[in-house]
Design a protein around this ligand. Structure first.
Ligand code: 5GP
Length: 179
């Protein structure tokens, strides 16, 4: 598995450091309020596990799934959401994503939690691929901003459901990507 990696973009140490900083930033905003953390499956599971352990707040955790499909009526991909009915009315919801790319998943989730009566909805993404954004979305907490639009794996992010367990974020060798 390690031999498939062409380059490491963020090391385990850099990630650990940044996750701690992010948690401090989040605590600064929410103070001692109770939080509902909505983790996007599957990519954000490792990031979320690390992040919540640095939060002193009382936290409820739920897992949400967003799968993109092409709607016959819509030229763009529309994420289809699967959100457990945990009860979000009056809650402060923090959406935790692995990566914000086009922004469509984040926008769909923000709308969904607002519709469910959340008192506030914010987004925390481990990575931000700003160059590929298609919709306007406010990502308040960002781990790292990628320059360019490399396809990255590791720390939860996959290619064909592999490489999620790499402890760092990297890019794969071209021969691996092209088969
Ligand atoms: P979007 O912001 O486009 O709605 O969706 C982001 C989703 O696209 C992420 O949750 C992830 O599943 C996928 N994605 C986007 N860029 C990458 C990447 O570089 N690597 C991996 N593994 N997934 C990506």
């Amino acid at each position: 598995m390690y031999g498939d990696v062409a380059e490491i973009l963020y090391s385990r140490e850099q990630i650990d450091e940044r996750v701690k900083e992010l948690a401090a930033q989040i605590t600064g905003v929410y103070q001692d309020r109770d939080l509902t953390v909505a983790v996007t499956l599957t990519g954000a599971f490792i990031f979320a596990a690390d992040l919540v352990r640095h939060l002193p707040n009382s936290v409820r955790i739920t897992f949400v799934r967003a799968s993109s499909y092409r709607d016959a009526e819509e030229p763009q991909q529309v994420p289809q959401l699967d959100i457990p009915e945990l009860g979000f009315d009056g809650r402060h919801v923090l959406i935790v994503e692995d990566i914000v790319d086009t922004g469509r998943t984040a926008v769909a989730l923000i709308d969904a939690f607002r519709e469910r009566g959340a008192a506030s909805v914010r987004v925390c993404s481990f990575l931000d691929k700003t160059s590929r954004r298609e919709v306007d979305v406010d990502v308040e907490f960002i781990g790292f901003t990628l320059t360019g639009s490399p396809f990255v794996v590791g720390y939860g992010l996959d290619r064909a459901n592999r490489y999620r367990n790499l402890p760092f974020v990297g890019v794969l060798k071209p021969e691996v990507i092209n088969g």
